[in-house]
Each structure stands twice: as C-alpha cells, then as structure tokens.
Design a protein. Structure first.
Lengths: 894, 508
C-alpha cells in the first residue's frame, strides 16, 4: 500500500505552558506504530516561552509531518479550533483527529488501536480509560458509553480521544469562551447535540501527566459556575425529554416481566419500544450490577404484569402518570399492588399504604417494587418474606394503587400466571444463579469513576430538580408538547374552556397532557375526552389555595411553603408549553420552567369575590407572578383590561371569547328550532336554570323571582339542574325549589344531555352575583334558549340586551329579583319577542367558534413555542436521515 | 514509524536508516519584505523565504513558518520587515529574528544563508531530534526508577518484605458439563485478562486439572494490553506441570505505569493439559477467550491466583514454581501460523542422487500437512518461501510417519534467507552436517511410525529478515519403505521491539 493509500490520522496538540514537555509528547506521537499516515499539528497558543519556538523549529526541520500554527493566546478551546480549522482546510483527506495535550504522552499502539476501533464502530469518537503518571491515578470510564451519564454526572471522556473527522465536518468546535472551565466537557456535549456518540476502548491508553496542581483542579474549584455555563449553552440537551430518551436507551428505569411469555421489557418511556431481556441476560445484569455497577445496568424498578394489563394501561393514557405514582409509592412501601377497575364516567388514581401483615383483598393486576428490595431480600436471606406477596397475608409493607378508568366492557384476558408468582420466580432464579457465588468481586481493576448505571435515575432527578421524573421522552413526530394544568376536572366552565384550548392546540399539532393537580380524579366529558393524549393526576402535597404571603392583600404560595415541589417539578419539566389554568401552587415554579425553555401561559376566567365583596381569586396570584408568564389568556376583554390595569402588558394578553362547550349537529338543531316554533303561544314558559345552587350564582334570587312569578300567576314550568354546595349552605335549596314546583335534577356532564335540556327551556335564567364569561349563555344561545342574566363580569360580551338575550343591571338584590321577574313575565306574555330573541341568539351563536376565539393565541404559539429538538444519533460516513427537528433552536427566555 | 507487524513486511531494524538525511525542503525560516520579492523570489532563498504580505493569515495566525532570520534588500522592505517583527511580538512565542541587510551581492549572501540553514542547521536538527528521543526514554526510566525507589524505601522502612502476597484469587469450579479446553490451546490460544493492576505483580498461578502422558509444551506469555509490550514467556514441558496449582514466577515485579496484564496460553503436542476454569462471572471482558468459541468458556475465567511480593519467591502453599523461559520486556509478541496458500505452494528442493518415481514432496489438502518422504540417500526437502517473518524467535511443528509399516526417519527444519540458493544450502548441510551462518538448522530428530513428535527451534536471537522455511527428511536406516513423513501444526512466535524502549532507534 502506498503512503497515500493509507488513512491519514492527525494528532492535534495545543501548546501553552508546556515548553519543556512538548517534545516528549511529539516524540511519542511520532513513535506510533500504525498502518495509518500520521501528521501532527501543533497549535501554539501565544505561549510566551521562546523555548517553544526554538524546539519546534528544530523539530520541524526534520519532520515533514509536523505542522505548527503560531497564534495569539485564545485559550485551550481556541487553540484546538485553530488546529481543527487547519486540518479541515489543509489536510482534507484526514479521517480522524486525536488530541494530545502537550504534557501527555501516547503509547506506541494508542493511535492504531483507537483508529481501528473508530473505523469498526462507525462512531463519533473513541475514548480510553485514564491512567495518570507523576501523580498516580487511574479510573475506569465504563464498559459502555452513556450520553445520560455524560450529561448529568461528569465529563467521562478526555480530549485525548480519537475523533472522526465527520464531527468537525459537521461544524462541531470547541467553545472558546474563557468563562467555560470545562471546555472539553462542553465539546463532547456539542458532539452529542450534533448526534454523535462515543465508544470506549480499553485495549489501549494514553499517559496523562498529573501534577499536584492542574488546570483541571482549578476549573473544578469553580465547578458550579462552569456547570451552569454548560447547561445554559446546551439547554436542549438538559431538557427532560432529551434526558429521558437517553435514559430509555442507555439505562432504562423499569424492568417489566411479562407473565405470559416471561420476557423482561426494559424501558423508561412506556410509549417507546422497550429493549427485551431474557432471564439469562437479566440475571447477568443483576449480578453484574452488584459488583460493577458502572459497567452493568439492571433497572432500578421491577414490575410484573400480563401483556393484556399493559395494553390496557397504555390505552388508558394514564400509564406514564401511573409509573410516577408507583415510583413514589415504593418510598412508602416495600411492594406496590396495582388494581385496575372499569368505571365508565370517571378516571382516577387512589393510593393506600398497608402495614406489614396486611391481609389482601383481591389480586393485583400489576406488581411493582424497587430492585433494591430484591437485592436486600437475597442478601438477607429473606426470600420467604418476599415470597409472601403471593400469599393472602403479605409481610412486606404494601401500597395498593387503585386505578379506574373506562375501558371496553369485555374483561381483559387474564394470564394463568399471576404477576406476584412470576416475579417471585424471577427473584428465585436470580438468587440461585451460580453468578451469585462471586458477585461481590469486582474484576475491572481500575477504580470506578462513573455513577452506578442503576442509580442514574436519581442523577436525572437531581438534574431535573424534581422526583419522580415523568418518564416521557420526545413526543412522536416532533410534536410540540402542551401541559394543561387544572385544579380539578369536573364539569365547571373554567375547565371546559381550558379543555377547549387543549383541543384547539391538539388540532394544531401539539401533544396534549392534562394535569389534574391537587385532585386524584376527573369526570369523563365526552365533548373533550379526546382532547388529551395523556392524563396525569397528582393529589398529595398540592394545596388549592394558601400561603402566608400577601400580594395586594391576596394570598400567594412561595417556594418555601409546604408543597410537594419535587413531584411538581419532576412532572412538569420539559414541556414546550404549559398553560396554568388556576393551579395556584404552580406559580412559583413557572420562572424555573420558563428559564429551562418552556413557554408559559396563564388562563384566567374570573375575579372572585369574598363574602364581604373583596375582589379576590386566581387573577391576583397570577399577577403576582406576572413575569413568569409569556402569555395570559382571559375569557373576556373586560378581564384583559383588568389585568392591564395591574401592569400586565396588553400584548401578553389574549382575550378568548367563550364559545359553547357542546356541539349540536345541524339536523338536531333544525329539529330543536322547529319544535320551538311549533309550541303553542299560550303554553307555559319553560324556565331553566343550570349551575351550582349557591349564592354566587344567585340561587336565592332565582327562588325569590320564581316566588314572585307564582304570585303574579304567570304560568311557567321550571327546571333546575345542578347540585348543592353543602359545606356552604346550612339549608337545602333543592327542597325550597321543589316547594315552588320546580323540577330539580342532578348535574349532567354529557354534551348531548346538556343540549337536550337547553332545547327544553325557552329561557335560561342566570342572576349571578359575579361571573366571568359563562359558557352556559353561549350554549343556550346555540340551541335558541334565551338567556336572561345579570350584567356581571363579561356577560355583556356574550349578550346584547334586547337582541339575543336580556341583561339585568344593578346590584340590589330586590331590584334584580324584580327585574328578573319582570323580564320573565314579559317573555311569557310576548312570545313574538321571545321568538325574536331566540333568533337573535341563534344568529349570535352561529358566529362563534373556539377555533376563531383561540386563533390569535394559537398563532402566538406557532411563533413562540418550538419543540425541543430530538437528538438523532448519526453514524459517521453514513448520512443522517433528514430530521427537521435536528436544529437546535431554543430561543432564550431568561 | 508506521511499520506494521504483518508477516510480509519487514519491521524496522538497524539496517534501515532511522533518520531522514535531509531537512524539510519547505521549512520557511527566512522572513523578507514583500518589496524584495523580485530580488529574492528567483534566488537561492526562494524556497525558504516567507514574505511579509503572506506571513499572517486572516485569523492572525502563522502556519508552518519559522522566522529565525530576516533579510532586507531594500528600504521599503526594511519598513515591512520591521512592521512584521512587531506583529510577531503579539504572538508572544517568537523571538524577534535578527535582520540581515543584503543590499549588495544578494545572491552571495543568500547562498550563504541557505547553506547555513539547510546544511548546518539540518545536522543540528537531526542531532537534536536524536537527543529528544533519548530524553523521552531517560525521562520514562527516571519515572520508573523513582517510583520503584519509593516502593523499596517504604518496604524497607516498614520491614514488610512479604515474600509473596496473594492479591487476587479465583478458585477452581468444576462443571460436570465441562469438556476441557486443551484442544483450544493447540488450535490457537486461550487468553485471560488479569483483574488487577500490573504494578507490583510478581507472579501468578494456574491450576491444571490433570496431566497427559504425551510430549509437548505449554507456552504461557504475559503482556500488557494497552501497549502490547511483552513481559515474560514460559515454555513448560507437560511433564513439569503439576496437577494442582502451578506458580509462574517473574524475576522482576511489573513496574512502570499500572496496566492490564494479558495471559495467553497455547500448547503443542497431541493432548496438552488444560488449565482449570473458575466460577462464571458476569463480566464478558474478563472471561477467558479463545480463538474459536467454546461452551466451557461462556462467561468463565481461568482459575487463577495473582501474587505480588519479592520476585522469584514462590508462595509457600504452591510447591511447583516455574521460572520464565525468557523475559521479553519492552517487546511485543505475536504468535502466528503459516498461511495455507504458502504451504500449498511448497517446492521440492531435495538434494539426492536418487530420482524417485513418486512425488516425495507435496501438500495434503485436507490435513494442512506437508509430506516429505525421505529417500535412501540424500535429503528430501520441501521449501515454503518467505513465510518466516522478521523477529521470529521460535518455530515449532509436529511430525509423524503416517503408515503402520513406515520405516523410521529423521526430520529437521532449515530457516534460510529469502535470497539463498536452497539446494546449495541443503547440499552444504548434507556435506558438512551444519548450515551456513546465515541460516538456522534445527538438528535431526527421530520419527517413528504412528508416534507424533514435536520439533521446536528456539533461536538465539530473532530473525532479522524474512526467511524461507525448509522441511527436511532423511533416511534413518537402510529402508525408507512406507516412510510417509507428515509435518503439520506449524507455529511461529516472533518478537518485535516497541520503539520508545528500543535503543535501535539511536543506531546511526
């Protein structure tokens, strides 16, 4: 083979301050025994020692393969970049670059061995363990490369590595910023971000000169600042989605034993394809991780369940949230049993912790525990204790997690093997393996430098700043992710409006997550049930209200209050957009989430009033955290102006006019209108009220007005749909209404049922004391039911008096009751007017849609919310598949 | 540099020039003003001069220019040179070059400068480079000496002269399903990485389950993984091994940087004793490996004990101690086989007055063996050309007469230089009983029917160049009836120096 046919490997050597050692480094470089051609590029970084010039001039005189760049001082990163630029420009056939520090040495086989490995592995770079001389120290950097470890623990690759030229062709360079003490670590993070991965090589080494004091030591003294620099520079890498993707591939958090076929699926993100271990591999990983935790990974959590159970959980959209609950439950109990129940109109998760000796009721559909429990049970010869999980009386402490959600009536097929017994069998197989005999002995002689792979999930928690960390990586197809936060999910108007926002954003291409925070359940609303890709509950440690702070006399929660910040941060980190819809406890987190790259929005619906009529409620807590939010959404122009009056910039506020939360098909609407037109003019007026039976809604005013109407002998039929708030009302409004002949029905949630009830009513009365922009008015107008409402809040943005409804002005209860009764009487007597208002309402409703209402906000989202770029692993010499999401565009939001 | 250890290529030796005889032709050491381009561009300095307008690149750096001297032939150039020297100062590294005015006799002065720079400086550079190489070697030796001195001093002060301390042990584990790995050793080798740092290792012990009656040797080599340097080699006749733990001692404990030690065990002979295996482990890297996969080796290391302490002192519990056959410190070892293509091309170079009526020399395709049938007179010889690589120190093969009624014969081997006239070499051997100085002769060895023998050649020093291998046979008695002599299992071991420790580099 001629010289030109051999691959060219360039050794690049930055030089500053090592005048007396550089020649030694060069000698070892040129003594390499290799099939490659070698050229050496020395980049002199403004070193003031003239000895450098003399030595290099003499050396260059006899070495045609030596190139020297003299430049002004630019720091180690800048000097290396000069060498790289020289190589790219002047040595275009270079295949790889090895960085040799001027005070280090290579062994004769270092270059050849590393380059051979680089070619064989088709990776971005190949690195070695580190053996130092002068001050002796050695460290083993793992049998496998982990991007997660490299990001969240420490720099695990010295620059003394063989780097594919493709890395530099892709534009990766060192950061020359002198504030960066870890320019080598920063470089590798850039490589990872560009899609390259490393591969360790233990078959050779280089000699790292270590003195008592070094630049590395110096940098470590200011480690916190340097780490902060790295995280700012590589925001996309440190996002939850990116790190969880790495975790899924490199150190999966969960091992799920499938009871049917005995396969062990390892995963972190349950939506991604798991890696499958057989028993043999699992046993080896288990015992390997005991003595060499830096080389072997056994997932830190172990579960067992049938394939059908897993399928059901995936369909439930609760699976990622359930895993978070299970992780947390292992902190309170040795073993967790999951029981799944089919409930048609509700979703929820409840957790109960049982003491040792608990006599169980019912079998578990899924069992979950920490691998540490298994390890301890084997070490302490307590397999019988652990084995009792399959018996009626269970000696480990148990957490029972009850999950309920609607699923098809046919019961899932049950596996013949129970999850408990399957798991015990696996544990017994592990415990009796011949590998146990020597499991305590470490064979890798160099000291471990890396954290245990099975403990990486804890490092991930530290990195994210919360625990447990939501086990979801990037959304499918590069979708942006939305987290919609609500304090409860029932049939309230505020929730429905927020759900409508999620529905619009989902249609716009977002992956949508509903977080019910402070509550463990939700009602299933058919109209919005498909608006969410995932649903999450977290009840414990999230107060609905509180805090001892005062902002304009209002409460607000701060970071030092007793809130489960870990759970909140662990679950909310990493979303592209968060809309906080009245979850007060989350406000203090928003600034951190925003600085990590999340866009934040706050949805406000109403200024509440205390019993003494002091303005209060969510808007004030939100205004107290104004700078944490990129956008505010309001249900009305009025609230928008109100927020502006407290210093919220107008451009940040999107007034979203409410539209109906129900939909009515044209055919059904035609029927409803025809029925209304066909009603006899002397038929009793049908009066409808829908809402909570409470003073805010004016239930007392309704009662009084209906009494008045009876006294006036106005014929009517009345229907009240809603529920009491017993805690606030000593007496029952239900009883009082019934005494007046009003039909009372419990609340309804289904869109079709709501439409049917509204279709029944001629008028909807709503004499509220305060409101935002009630959905019920828009929904009534949708089906031709005429709203008669007090002009509070933004009601007058929904009703034009005399055109599509009737507004009642004033604050005095007596006046309002009288005006309400008068309005009803006039409509009862003048059916033509009722018809005109009905038609006006139908016309108004025909011009409303959520898509139109949310249009400007969605447009803002399209401009401002970008997806976290997915790191697509690429192989040198093989072109990476085009991925639009590869670009790292994370606009600064700090 | 860049030598490669494959058999068809010579490795570096003292016969090759180790230093280039000329300095780099393009080394630009003279700085001149751009205004003097016309005067200097066609003169003797043209290829070593850099003009001020091409000195710096747009990013302010200077590439492959070493301005040790500046020349000025015109006032304009003087200004340019002065400015360039000021700019050089900003780089901090480069001393201001002296400025030489060459207004008159440009070519004469320039020729002088050229001569000084390319001749005198070139010689000095070569000499400096030699010194740099030597400096590296001395520094490395100084580090080792200091480290060892400290170890000795600590031990002396503490009086903790442990003769031998076991620092690692992995016990024997007999799996009833084990088939034994003896065959792997003859087919290739079995390799084991030691799970301790090399620093201070003074010996190790291997356990052998049972011994065999046949003849042959177990060859154990120890080297460093990270740089391929050999440590020692033990060539142990089967009869010297005990069916128990056998201690392999090092005359000098491993020093220098801590590295990973690799043990490689091979054997010649029909049924070599197999080293015992230990309990299975999770680590794949530290399990024993062989050239071909074997069920016994699935995640199982060899049973092994590793010792530190005073070199050469055996642990009291291990009676059978084996000293190394050779120390190969600073060299790499390669165990290689002869390629079948080469064996297939075996050539008949027999020297005999008898012209046989059958083919005495040929290759047996399915047995990978060479037949070398002796004749009643003279020497039958089959030559395999250019297969002995430079650096070879040992050669072994096995021979048998493959016929029940075959008459006994003598077998031998000759390693002869590639360029040698082989028939002439064999004629000398036939005539004088010894080979020329440039060749190696193994001596004659008896072979009888059905009794395989091993033939080993240990060379006093490694071969310096590629050589031919010649298989020889001759009659032992009066008859050579059915004397189908087959030679097979050719194995070579070669050493080659790892350059930083090799003094050869400095030989002029």
């Amino acid at each position: 083979m001629s010289s030109e046919d051999r691959d060219l490997v360039v050794i690049a050597m930055p030089l500053y301050g090592h005048a007396a050692l550089a020649v030694e480094a060069l000698e070892t470089a040129f003594a390499s025994v290799t099939e490659c051609r070698i050229e050496v590029v020395v980049s002199v970084d403004g070193d003031p020692r003239r000895e450098v010039f003399d030595a290099l001039t003499l050396y260059a005189a006899t070495r045609p393969e030596l190139h020297v760049i003299f430049g002004p001082n630019a720091g180690p990163g800048g000097a290396r970049n000069r060498a790289i630029d020289f190589i790219v420009e002047s040595l275009p056939d270079a295949k790889a670059v090895y960085f040799l520090d001027a005070d280090n040495r290579v062994l004769p086989t270092t270059i050849d061995t590393l380059y051979a490995r680089l070619k064989a592995e088709q990776c971005g770079w190949v690195y070695t363990n580190i053996d130092t001389f002068s001050v002796r120290w050695g460290a083993h950097y793992g049998d496998g490369y982990s991007r997660l470890t490299h990001c969240v623990s420490d720099n695990i690759c010295d620059t003394g590595s063989m780097i594919s030229i493709d890395v530099f062709d892709a534009g990766v360079r060192f950061d020359a910023d002198r504030q960066n003490g870890f320019e080598d670590w920063e470089f590798w993070l850039s490589c990872i971000e560009a899609g390259f991965v490393g591969v360790p090589c233990h078959d050779t080494a280089f000699e790292y000169r270590l003195r008592a004091e070094s630049r590395f030591k110096e940098a470590n003294r200011d480690r916190a600042a340097s780490l902060s620099f790295l995280r700012r520079r590589h925001k996309a890498l440190f996002r939850r989605s990116t790190l969880v993707d790495f975790e899924h591939q490199e150190a999966p958090r969960y091992a799920m034993l499938r009871t049917g076929d005995g396969a062990i699926a390892c995963f972190t993100d349950p939506t991604l394809e798991p890696s499958i271990l057989d028993f043999d591999e699992a046993i080896r990983a288990f015992w390997g991780s005991a003595a060499e935790p830096d080389n072997f990974h056994f997932p830190p959590f172990l579960a067992a369940g049938s394939r059908e159970t897993l399928k059901l959980l995936k369909q439930s959209r609760l699976w990622p949230n359930l895993l978070v609950h299970l992780e947390r439950a292992t902190e309170a109990a040795n073993v967790v049993f999951v029981q799944i129940r089919n409930v048609p109109a509700e979703r929820g998760i409840d957790i109960e912790v049982m003491p040792s000796g608990h006599v169980r009721k019912g079998r578990a559909d899924l069992i979950f525990m920490s691998s540490t429990i298994v390890r301890d049970a084997i070490r302490n010869n307590a397999l019988d204790w652990l084995g009792s999980i399959a018996a009626d009386q269970v000696w480990p402490t148990v957490a029972v997690v009850k999950v309920r959600f609607p699923f098809p009536a046919e019961a899932p097929k049950r596996s013949s093997a129970t999850p408990e017994q399957s798991l015990i069998n696996l544990v017994h197989t592990i415990a009796t393996s011949p590998l146990q005999a020597v499991a305590a002995k470490r064979w890798t002689w160099r000291g471990s430098r890396l954290p245990a792979l099975s403990e990486l999930y804890k490092q991930l928690r530290t990195e994210v700043g919360g625990a447990p960390v939501l086990p979801l990586g990037h959304a499918k197809s590069g979708k942006r992710t939305l987290a919609l936060l609500v304090p409860n999910a029932s049939f309230g108007g505020a929730e429905k409006v927020a759900f409508a926002a999620a529905r619009e954003l989902k249609a716009e291409g977002f992956e949508t997550h509903l977080f019910v925070l402070g509550n463990g359940r939700m009602d299933v609303l058919d109209e919005f049930d498909a608006s969410f890709d995932f649903i999450h509950f977290w009840k414990a440690g999230i107060p609905a209200w509180g805090g001892s702070n005062r902002f304009l006399g209002q409460d607000f929660i701060a970071e030092y209050h007793d809130v489960d910040w870990n759970a909140l941060k662990g679950q909310l980190s990493g979303f592209d957009l968060i809309i906080n819809n009245h979850v007060m406890a989350v406000h203090p987190l928003m600034a951190r989430l925003r600085s990590e790259g999340t866009r934040t929005a706050c949805y406000l619906h109403v200024v509440d009033e205390t019993p003494l009529r002091r303005p209060a409620g969510q808007p004030f807590a939100a205004i107290a955290h104004e700078h944490c939010y990129d956008a505010f959404l309001t249900c009305s122009e009025q609230l928008k102006v109100y927020l502006h009056s407290y210093g919220v910039p107008l451009e940040k506020i999107y007034a979203v006019a409410n539209a109906p939360s129900i939909s009515v098909k044209p055919k059904m609407l035609t029927e409803i209108v025809q029925n209304r037109q066909a009603r006899a003019a002397d038929a009793p007026l049908r009066i409808l009220y829908m809402g909570r039976f409470e003073p805010q809604k004016g239930i007392d005013r309704i009662h009084a007005a209906l009494q008045d109407l009876r006294a006036r002998n106005i014929p009517y039929e009345a229907l009240a749909v809603g529920g009491e708030i017993l805690a606030e009302q000593p007496s029952s409004w239900t009883g009082k209404l019934r005494e007046l002949g009003v039909t009372v029905r419990p609340p309804i949630f289904g869109g079709r049922e709501i439409a049917a009830i509204l279709a029944w009513g001629d008028i909807l009365i709503m004499p509220s004391r305060w409101e935002g922009a009630p959905l019920m008015i828009a929904e009534a107008q949708l089906v031709g039911c005429v709203p008669v409402a007090t002009a509070v809040g933004a009601v007058d943005e929904l009703v034009t008096d005399g055109r599509d409804g009737i507004l009642i002005e004033g604050e005095s209860d007596l006046k309002i009751v009288a005006d309400l009764a008068n309005a009803v009487e006039s409509l009862a007597r003048d059916r033509n007017r009722l018809g005109r208002l009905r038609d006006g309402g139908l016309f108004t409703a025909s011009g409303r849609s959520w898509a139109a209402s949310f249009g400007p906000f969605v447009e803002w989202c399209d401009q401002s919310v970008s997806t976290t770029p997915r790191i697509v692993t690429r192989t040198p010499n093989r072109p990476a598949e085009p991925q639009p999401s590869i670009e790292i565009v994370v606009p600064a939001v700090a | 540099m860049n030598g490669r250890y494959d058999v068809n290529k010579p490795i570096k030796s003292q016969f090759e020039p180790v230093l280039p005889t000329q300095t780099k032709a393009t080394l630009r050491m003279v700085l001149a003003g751009a205004s003097d381009r016309a005067e200097l561009a066609s003169g003797p300095l043209a290829h070593i001069v850099t003009f001020t307008d091409e000195l710096f690149r747009s990013d302010g750096t200077m590439r492959d220019v070493y301005p040790v001297l500046a020349v000025v032939a015109s006032p304009a150039a003087a200004v340019e040179v002065e400015a360039a020297i000021k700019a050089l100062a900003r780089l901090a590294t480069i001393p201001a070059p002296p400025v030489l005015r060459i207004d008159r006799d440009v070519d004469g002065v320039a020729a002088l400068i050229q001569t000084v720079l390319e001749s005198g400086l070139g010689r000095i550079s070569n000499y400096a480079r030699t010194m740099a190489t030597e400096l590296v070697m001395l520094r490395r030796e100084r580090e080792t000496l200091f480290e060892n001195f400290r170890v000795l001093e600590d031990a002396f002060r503490a009086r903790n002269w442990e003769p031998a301390s076991e620092i690692f042990a992995h016990d024997v584990f007999v799996d009833p399903k084990d088939e034994g790995i003896g065959r792997l050793m003859t087919d290739g080798w079995v390799e084991q990485l030691l799970p301790v740092s090399s620093f201070g290792v003074s010996g190790f012990a291997l356990h052998f389950r049972n011994l065999t009656r046949g003849g042959g040797e177990v060859v154990v080599t120890l080297d460093y993984v990270e740089n391929g340097e050999g440590v020692a080699e033990w060539v142990v006749p089967f009869s010297d091994l005990a069916a128990d733990w056998n201690f392999f001692s090092l005359p000098k404990a491993c020093d220098g940087s801590p590295r990973t030690l690799r043990l490689r065990i091979s054997a010649n002979g029909s049924e070599p004793p197999a080293p015992s295996l230990g309990h299975p482990i999770a680590s794949h890297r530290y399990a024993a490996r062989a050239r071909s996969p074997h069920g016994d080796l699935d995640h199982r290391p060899l049973a092994i004990k590793i010792y530190s302490g005073i070199p050469g002192v055996r642990p009291t519990a291990l009676p059978n101690s084996i000293a190394p056959s050779s120390l190969i410190s600073g060299r790499r070892i390669e165990d290689y086989r002869l390629p079948l293509e080469a064996l297939r091309a075996v050539a008949d170079v027999s020297v005999s007055p008898i012209v046989p009526d059958f083919q005495t020399i040929r290759f047996l395709e399915h047995e990978d063996a060479i037949v070398c049938h002796p004749l009643p007179a003279g020497i039958s010889a089959g030559a395999v050309a250019n297969v002995v690589a430079p650096g070879t120190v040992r050669f072994s093969a096995r021979a048998v007469i493959d016929h029940a009624e075959g008459k006994p014969a003598l077998v031998g081997f000759l390693l002869a230089p590639s360029a040698a006239n082989l028939r002439s070499e064999i004629a000398i051997l036939e005539r004088e009983g010894t080979a020329r100085r440039s060749a190696y002769f193994s001596g004659w060895r008896d072979v009888a029917a059905g009794e395989p023998v091993s033939i080993n050649i240990m060379l006093d020093s490694p071969t310096q160049r590629t050589m031919n291998l010649v298989v020889l046979s001759r009659a032992k008695g009066d008859s050579v009836d059915f004397c189908w002599l087959k030679v097979f299992d050719f194995r070579m071991v070669r050493h080659f120096d790892v350059e930083p420790r090799g003094e050869a580099l400095h030989v002029q």
